[in-house]
Structures are given as structure tokens and as C-alpha cells.
Design a protein around this ligand. Structure first.
Ligand code: FES
Ligand SMILES: [Fe+2]
Length: 433
């Protein structure tokens, strides 16, 4: 439960708000690279942290992100002409480069130097890992881009996509660090089974892999505050004398790595893993960014299909990145599927997540919650972000924003002897060299 004032602080991201100021200290993925793929191609609308902007790739291939409204008489820059290293407003022809300088003002007499006095609001933008990143904070504090592993890998090893989520960013993020819900929300009914007495064998005579998340639905959580955010470790019972661990990473302000899905073996070394970033469009809408990557090898054709940005596991989405199953059609819930097949009657993990997260309302009323022990990670997230926002109000800058290498971390899944510490079991799996 939060006080109303803290809930407001956590969820409001507009210009001048404490959380808005904090998020503006970090580079954020603003749009997919494919949205501005062509130099001098059509400009694209971007709304982020409640600000309306327009992105364009200029003649040199650099991306500019400027105010959606022309500083002259406020015409929409979306209709602009993207030509010769700048975006020209079509109302009276004023032209701006990616830094926001006015480079041409044909409607004014040549001898005036008015154009040198006019700028359009602009933000630095950089391409990394298939996304265009934006920095909206004070120019003198502009940091390096964060060293997130998925964003450093080739396109054959990493894929990123985004989908619209119709709720506040914080409740969407809280779903991502809520490791206990996978035993319920995402469960197939057939998985709700007790641990077999004898190991079951597959057709080759090998012991069948047991999904302990389905068997032990009462995980014990361990939350460690770290330089990058939080390590959230969920421990479940495995065979006698062993535990099954899932390590989720939360990196401030809104990145996560989800534990890989093990289908055999004892640990996730070399497996694909996934994760998210929740970037506020405004207080009521969020871009849920999702990635899949494998740091050790290229994707197989089967994985490429599974991770396809529009039709794969985070989809399906339409041409505007809106999910086909959404609030307006009740996420295509099928009650007979809910009765006979899966827990929700909704198909697709991201649709199941969106349904419950959006069902809380546009901004979850956290003054009315009853949190349990499985919500430890969520409580720690709120505390960390609120402290960072409050510190910034006291002019204490977030050290994480200027420490790109703290993002060199990944998630893990493994089975370990019961007496092994979390550090011993997980450090070698989660460290990115
Ligand atoms: S409104 Fe843009 S040039 Fe006049
Ligand atoms: Fe989920």
C-alpha cells in the first residue's frame, strides 16, 4: 500500500514532476529503428513522458527528435518535409536541423537575423540495438548509453519489439518483477500437478524435465538491492536436497531481464533470455518494449519465428504496434478455454499480463492494496524509485544514469544443492563479460 502522494509521485511523469525529472536523466528507447528506416523518409509521431514530438532520419542517416509543433505558429511538424538535413514546416517553410537550429526562414526578409534567434525544442537521439534512444534531460548531464547486453548483440542474436499498453508504466513494470504470478496467470491447467514420485522418462529413456514453477506454487523470495537495481531471486522446491531458482533482474529505471526457460539440464547457461523496458507514453499509456537474445549464438529458424517482432511471442500486434487482443475486445477471452485449457482463457503471455495489469485501471490505486510476502520485489522497486525521485528533488543526481556498465547483467534459471548460496549459484550465470 502507498500513500496517495507517493502513488502520485510514482506514476506521474510529465514535465516538472519528480518522477518525470528522474526518468529524463536516463536514455530511453523512444521508437523502433524500423520506424525511421530511410534517410529523408517520412517523419513519425512520438509521444513520450507526456511530450508530443516528431522523429525523422536526416540525409546523413542521423535521427532527430523535435517538438511536434512548429515554434512559428504551432503547425504540426509531422506534416513537414524531411529534406537536406532538416525538417521543414509546410505552413511557411521554416526549417530545422536535428539539433533544433533554424536553418532556413524563407517567409522572412533575408536581411533579418530572426532565424538565428529561433529554435525548436529538440532532444539527442541515438540508434542502438534496433531502437532509437532519446535523452530528455539537462544537456550538461547527458550520460553514455546503458550497456544493456541485448542492445549490443547483432540482429541475428537479438530482436526487439514494442506493444502498446493502456495503463500507467509502474503497474506494467510491477507485473514484470512479480515472479510469483507465473504459477497462476500463465499456467496451462495440465501443469497444475504434484511432483511425480518416480522420475518420468521420455521416449529416449531420459528423465523428463520438471517445470518446478508449476509444481511448487509457493516460491520464497529474496530481494537484493544492487548497484543497478534489484536482483529478485525466487526459490522453489525441487527434488529433495535441491532448489529450483529463477533470478529476475530489475535495472533502474524500467528495464528487466526475465529468467530463461529451461527445458533440460541444470542451468540456463547459453540459453536465450528475454526482458522488457516500460517506457511511459504519458501517465495512462506505456510502450512495453520486449527483447529476446542469445549472447552465445545466433537464433535458430525456430527461434526466429518464435521471437518475430509482430507475430511472435510478444504479439500479435497491428501496424501501429497495438495488440490485436486488447482492452476493447476483452483480450479475446474464451471462457471455455478458461475452463478446460488455461488459467485465464486468454491466449498469449503478453495478453494475459496486459489483461490483469490494465484491469487495475489507468493508474492503479495503491492506497487500497493488501500486499503479501510475494510482493517484496514490488515494494523494493517502489522504494528505490521513490527514493531516487526524492533525492533528485534535493539535487542528488541518480548515480545509475551515469554508470553504463552496471547494466552488464542478465537473468538466470538453475537447479542447485540446497546449501548453495544465491551468489555462488547465480553469479557466473548472470555476469555479462
Ligand atoms: S507555422 Fe511553421 S513555418 Fe509557420
Ligand atoms: Fe507475466
Amino acid at each position: 500500500m502507498l500513500r496517495q502522494a507517493d502513488n502520485d509521485m510514482l506514476t506521474q511523469v510529465g514535465e516538472g514532476t519528480p518522477m518525470g525529472n528522474l526518468l529524463r536523466r536516463f536514455w530511453m528507447p523512444a521508437l523502433l529503428e524500423e520506424e525511421v528506416s530511410e534517410p529523408d523518409g517520412p517523419p513519425v509521431r512520438v509521444r513520450i513522458l507526456g511530450e508530443d514530438l516528431v522523429a525523422f532520419k536526416d540525409t546523413n542517416g542521423d535521427v532527430g527528435i523535435v517538438d511536434a509543433y512548429c515554434p512559428h505558429r504551432r503547425a504540426g511538424m509531422f506534416y513537414g518535409r524531411n529534406e537536406e538535413c532538416g525538417l521543414r514546416c509546410v505552413y511557411h517553410g521554416w526549417k530545422f536541423d536535428k539539433e533544433g537550429n533554424c536553418t532556413d526562414m524563407p517567409s522572412e526578409p533575408e536581411q533579418t537575423n530572426f532565424k538565428h534567434k529561433v529554435t525548436i525544442k529538440s532532444y539527442p537521439a541515438k540508434i542502438m540495438g534496433g531502437a532509437v534512444w532519446i535523452y530528455m534531460g539537462p544537456a550538461e548531464l547527458k550520460p553514455e548509453l546503458p550497456n544493456l547486453e541485448w542492445a549490443q548483440l547483432s540482429k541475428k542474436q537479438s530482436v526487439v519489439t514494442k506493444r502498446l499498453q493502456e495503463c500507467n508504466w509502474a503497474q506494467a513494470l510491477e507485473g514484470g518483477i512479480d515472479s510469483s504470478h507465473i504459477s497462476y496467470l500463465h499456467r496451462k491447467l495440465e501443469d497444475l500437478e504434484p511432483l511425480p514420485d518416480e522420475p518420468e522418462l521420455d521416449e529416449d529413456g531420459n528423465e523428463k524435465f520438471i517445470n518446478y514453477s508449476a509444481v511448487d506454487r509457493h516460491p520464497v523470495f529474496f530481494i537484493d538491492d544492487t548497484s543497478y537495481g534489484q536482483r529478485i531471486s525466487a526459490r522453489r522446491n525441487a527434488k529433495p536436497g535441491e532448489y529450483y531458482w529463477r533470478i529476475t533482474q530489475f535495472m533502474v529505471p524500467f528495464h528487466t531481464c526475465i529468467p530463461p526457460q529451461m527445458l533440460s539440464g541444470r542451468d540456463s547457461d547459453g540459453l536465450c533470455y528475454a526482458g522488457h523496458a516500460w517506457v511511459p507514453i504519458d501517465d495512462h499509456n506505456t510502450w512495453t518494449w520486449s527483447f529476446n537474445c542469445n549472447p552465445t549464438r545466433e537464433f535458430t529458424p525456430k527461434e526466429e519465428k518464435m521471437y518475430h517482432p509482430r507475430t511472435g511471442m510478444w504479439g500479435p500486434i497491428d501496424e501501429n504496434y497495438k495488440p490485436l487482443a486488447h482492452k476493447g475486445n476483452e483480450y479475446l477471452i474464451d471462457r471455455s478455454v478458461q475452463r478446460d485449457d488455461n488459467y485465464t482463457g486468454i491466449l498469449g503471455i503478453p495478453n494475459q499480463d496486459a489483461a490483469v495489469q490494465e484491469s487495475m485501471g489507468l493508474i492503479c490505486d495503491r492506497t487500497n492494496e493488501r500486499l503479501g510476502t510475494s510482493d517484496k520485489g514490488i515494494i523494493a522497486f517502489r522504494k528505490r524509485l521513490l527514493k531516487m525521485a526524492k533525492d533528485l528533488e534535493k539535487c542528488i543526481e541518480p548515480p545509475e544514469a551515469t554508470s553504463p556498465d552496471i547494466y552488464n547483467i542478465r537473468s538466470a534459471t538453475y537447479i542447485a544443492d540446497a546449501d548453495q548460496s544465491i551468489d555462488e549459484g547465480s553469479d557466473w550465470l548472470t555476469k555479462v563479460e
